[in-house]
Ligand binder design. Structure first.
Ligand code: CS2
Length: 547
């Protein structure tokens, strides 16, 4: 019976909470939190509170607040995709640990800066109110490449139903606010009252839609300045996001019932009071495993469902263009600068590009971990060639960074086996990552009259990963991509979905390069580049038995 089952289970371990963390933080090998969580109030709304944010910006923010003695930089974390993070963190009062895993040592640090977690499904109003609150000064985002909902042309995808639903909600919210203002005689832009008109906001369906609705709510609530800080691996991420927000407003203005004057006021406010600085973020954060949770439980005596794992290295370069107050992130080791672009380009093309190359070539060769892939001499040579031969000539070294040293330091970071970072995790969302990580490099090299052979090798790895979907030993490889169906269908046109034998490398490469969401014309149509991809694809396919 169920009673018997319960009685045979070991007593549940306490969770990490405001009640238990004090004792935990006294344990040897455990540090933090650097702030008293009970004393911290929310000053930042973060969209996309996955593992990366918890191991990166939340840590920088907590250390900055501690160093400056400020208590107003707590974080309200918003999860877009699932309620899992809510289940992990809400029962723990927002507390969690970061397990830092070096090559031969690990440590655990508690973080207390996350002061709330919301799932916009049911809590959209709470999030809109938080973005509108004058005590909030920064909205940060880590929603991954696909979370920006840009189409093949890089502009906001207006065919996206989630985005459209959010823009319709935006129009409704603006009208609701307008109606209330007329009833009560307050001007919408008066700033005297926070319009509490929409008791239960329509659930937000996209991060970008939620952000735009939040910005509109803030404009209506008095329009205090705000900084919107994207922390995703996009090129020129701040400008991209600013552009998408503008395109969202253009689209909203065209919807039935839109109040054009209000949209114009919102635009004027954005120009005057909101900035979108660019950032470069860096820390390798693999998915947390049950083994990590068990190890942390061993060290702390409590259960931490919100635990994240990370490498020791962390870096944050931020364009110093804030609309209002910000945490003193430089006190926590962040670099505030006028120009993020050289750092961003170097990181995306070198670190992320090589990561993706190792992910595709590694996974098809049967390497489970990035560390295994980079330990394979053939793949190490390919990674070095990408770094040195193809990417380095396209870069202007950021100030104080020697690119050759940087390249070697990346290979060393990838080689950390204790981290457990899997090739399949990095292989995810290739259609969104390739253009930024490989194809920008390719375009630059081709424009210079050189064929980037290591990029072609990486692209061939992706083609085979998508088309064959198995390791050379026959193990299935999961294709996790926003356009997975389209990619599979494209590959299947030239080969049965499961057939390696009859695949013709050239036909396959031509078909895959024709996927416009991924390949820009100047790369797709370059015969020399295509030949190089075909040659590598042929060789990779030959590695499968029966060929
Ligand atoms: C990785 C990145 O999953 C991936 O695509 O390349 O998440 C990488 O680990 C980080 O950008 C490192 O800063």
């Amino acid at each position: 019976t169920s009673t018997d089952q319960t009685s045979t289970q070991p007593p549940a371990t306490d969770r990490l909470t405001l009640h238990t963390y004090g004792e935990v933080s006294q344990r040897s090998g455990v540090t933090g939190p650097a702030v008293d969580p009970s004393a911290v109030t929310v000053g930042i709304v973060h969209l996309g509170i996955g593992a990366f944010h918890r191991a990166h910006q939340a840590v920088f923010t907590e250390d900055a607040a501690a160093a400056a003695g400020e208590t107003g930089w707590g974080i309200l974390g918003v999860t877009q995709r699932s309620t899992a993070v809510v289940d992990q963190l809400v029962p723990q009062d927002g507390l969690y640990g970061v397990r830092t895993v070096g090559k031969d040592s690990s440590s655990l640090r508690l973080v207390g800066s996350v002061r709330g977690v919301a799932f916009p499904g049911e809590e959209t109003q709470r999030v809109l109110d938080a973005i509108a609150a004058p005590t909030t000064h920064v909205v940060t985002l880590t929603v991954t490449e696909k979370g920006y909902r840009a189409g093949a042309d890089g502009r906001l995808d207006l065919g996206d139903r989630d985005v459209l639903a959010d823009l319709e909600a935006l129009v409704g919210e603006s009208r609701g606010a307008d109606a209330l203002a007329r009833q009560t005689g307050t001007a919408v832009q008066g700033g005297a009252t926070t319009p509490d008109v929409v008791e239960d906001a329509v659930p937000a369906r996209s991060a970008i839609g939620l952000l735009v609705r939040g910005l509109a709510a803030r404009a209506r609530a008095g329009g205090e300045p705000l900084t919107v800080l994207t922390c995703d691996n996009l090129l020129d991420n701040g400008h991209v996001l600013e552009g998408l927000v503008g395109q969202a407003l253009d689209a909203a203005a065209g919807l039935p019932g839109a109040d054009l004057e209000q949209v114009e006021r919102l635009r004027a406010w954005l120009r005057a009071s909101v900035t979108f600085p660019c950032t470069m973020v860096d820390r390798i954060v693999p998915a947390t495993t049950e083994g990590d949770r068990a190890a942390a439980e061993e060290a702390t005596g409590v259960r931490d469902e919100g635990l994240v794992v990370a490498e020791p290295f962390m870096q944050w370069v931020i364009e110093d263009r804030f609309a209002g107050p910000r945490p003193a992130w430089e006190l926590a080791g962040a670099t505030l600068t006028d120009d993020v672009a050289p750092f961003e380009r170097a990181k995306l093309r070198m670190l992320n590009g090589t990561h993706s190359l190792l992910a595709y070539l590694g996974s098809i060769a049967g390497h489970r971990l990035i560390a295994d892939a980079v330990a394979d001499p053939e793949l190490l040579a390919a990674a070095r060639s990408l770094l040195v031969d193809d990417v380095t000539p396209t870069l202007v070294a950021p100030q104080g960074l020697d690119l050759a040293t940087y390249a070697e330091s990346l290979l060393e970071r990838f080689a950390n086996p204790a981290l457990g970072h899997t090739t399949i995790q990095v292989a995810m969302d290739g259609s969104k990552k390739l253009p930024i990580r490989f194809l920008a490099t390719a375009a630059d090299r081709l424009a210079d009259g050189a064929v980037p052979d290591a990029v072609a090798h990486g692209v061939a790895g992706w083609v085979v990963f998508v088309a064959v979907g198995r390791t050379v030993a026959g193990e299935p490889l999961r294709l996790d991509d926003p356009i997975a169906d389209e990619l599979r269908a494209a590959a299947a046109e030239v080969a049965g979905p499961d057939e390696v034998g009859p695949v013709h490398a050239e036909a396959l490469v031509r078909r895959m390069l024709a996927v416009e969401q991924v390949f820009p014309a100047e790369v797709r149509d370059h015969a020399g580049f295509r030949d190089a991809v075909v040659a590598h694809t042929e060789r990779l396919l030959a590695g499968y038995p029966g060929r």
